[in-house]
Design a protein around this ligand. Structure first.
Ligand code: PLP
Length: 393
């Protein structure tokens, strides 16, 4: 059977691929430490689980409106009011099956064949693939390491053509953990407004920020920017709810309506009990979001110090998310490897440590390691990494 052209160039998610390989080795009896995970290692807070269970017991086991329960939209609107001091109406909100699928729906709704989307590198692996699946062309601009992997308004300006439709902003970023300041967002916003470029602002790591850093949404900087921006967010990372598959988009009602129509023919609605759980997540607070954030911060500080002492490894200190994105090109070279990809494969084979090569994120000199795992496991992984580097000098 000949497959469709649209899937022929599709590359599998490198993050999921490394996690699968680590799992395979583990099943063969190897003591593998996986630092590939893109999800918190905590269980979902109990009050959220209780709310979802209760909803099912009360008979909420049927379809809901395609864009989500009105009560959930209200809870999301309340969240924006509290956290970003911005107002949305129900017609500005679409709840979907995870932020990933909401982004997919967005690109399907806004892109025509040949439309361009500006994507800063390093990028989250799914952005380019989703843009391509919608017929669009990803246009990459490089976030330089000496600017904490962030792009500038000037770089965006230079990449704009008559075909540019959107710009993807991800702050805090996966994989780098970098965050844009209010000042930087303002200058980026000006360029996008001037050229009428839709800003897709993926804020899924909003709650995971460290060292006193403050998350600013570009949508909160002015009413013009709010209109120009589709905010993408969800509860996967903030409330450790990756398996529940709830994410949402907030923005222009025409785009949201088109996305809702698409959702009505693809998912029908996000899972009903997960929506009830999310209402609880956003209307109650038992302190667990902050407890998890603080745990990540403690790990980050411990791990960062140890990581940056390893020969041939340098790392920009992240301000958010739960990843470190060190440059290991020097270490790989010292070990006689011509690519970081090969070096990562050898480390998994020999030391049973699963890192994600940066090539999948458009940054071939780096690797991503997640600290969403027990501190002792990360420490042991770094010991093994150091041993590998020293053994291969
Ligand atoms: N955006 C970024 C930057 C992510 O890292 C992820 C998950 O890895 C997502 C979106 C998708 O999150 P969700 O679990 O809500 O689909």
């Amino acid at each position: 059977m000949k497959l469709a052209k649209r899937v022929s160039t599709l590359t599998p998610s490198s993050t999921l691929a490394i996690t699968a390989k680590a799992k395979e080795l583990r099943e063969q009896g190897h003591d593998v430490i996986g630092l590939g995970a893109g999800e918190p290692d905590f269980n979902t807070p109990q009050y959220i689980i209780n709310a979802a269970v209760r909803s099912m017991e009360e008979g909420h086991t049927k379809y809901t409106p395609s864009a989500g329960l009105p009560a959930l939209k209200n809870a999301i609107i309340g969240k924006f009011k509290t956290d970003q001091q911005i107002e949305y109406s129900a017609e500005n909100i679409l709840v979907g099956s995870g932020a990933k699928h909401v982004l997919y729906t967005l690109f399907q709704a806004i892109l025509d064949e040949g439309d361009e989307v500006i994507i800063p590198t390093p990028y989250w692996v799914s952005y380019p693939e989703q843009v391509k699946l919608a017929g669009g062309n990803p246009i990459y601009i490089e976030g330089h390491e000496d600017n904490a992997f962030k792009v500038t308004a000037d770089q965006i300006k230079k990449a704009i053509t008559s075909k540019t439709k959107a710009f993807i902003l991800n702050s805090p970023s996966n994989p780098t953990g970098s965050m844009y300041s209010e000042e930087e967002l303002k200058t980026i916003g000006e360029v996008c407004l001037k050229h009428n470029i839709l800003i897709v602002s993926d804020e899924i790591y909003e709650k995971l920020v460290y060292d006193g850093a403050k998350h600013t949404s570009i949508a909160q900087l002015s009413s013009e920017l709010q209109k120009q921006t589709i905010v993408i967010n969800g509860v996967s990372k903030s409330h450790s709810m990756t398996g529940w598959r709830i994410g949402y988009a907030a923005g222009d009602s025409t785009i949201i309506k088109a996305m809702t129509n698409l959702a009505s023919h693809s998912t029908s609605n996000p899972t009903t009990n997960a929506q009830y759980g999310t209402i609880a997540a956003y209307t109650k607070d038992d302190g667990s979001v902050e407890t998890m954030r603080a745990a990540f911060e403690e790990r980050l500080n411990g791990v960062y110090e140890k990581l940056t002492k390893i020969p041939g490894v340098s790392c920009v200190k992240p301000k958010g998310a739960f990843y470190l994105f060190p440059n290991v090109s020097e270490a790989a070279k010292m070990n006689g490897f011509s690519s970081v990809d090969d070096w990562v494969a050898a480390i998994l084979e020999e030391e049973k440590v699963a890192l994600v090569p940066g090539s999948g994120f458009g940054a071939p000199n780096n690797v991503r390691l997640s600290y969403a795992t027990a501190f002792e496991a990360i420490e042991e992984a770094l010991n093994r990494l150091e041993r590998f580097i020293n053994n291969h000098m």
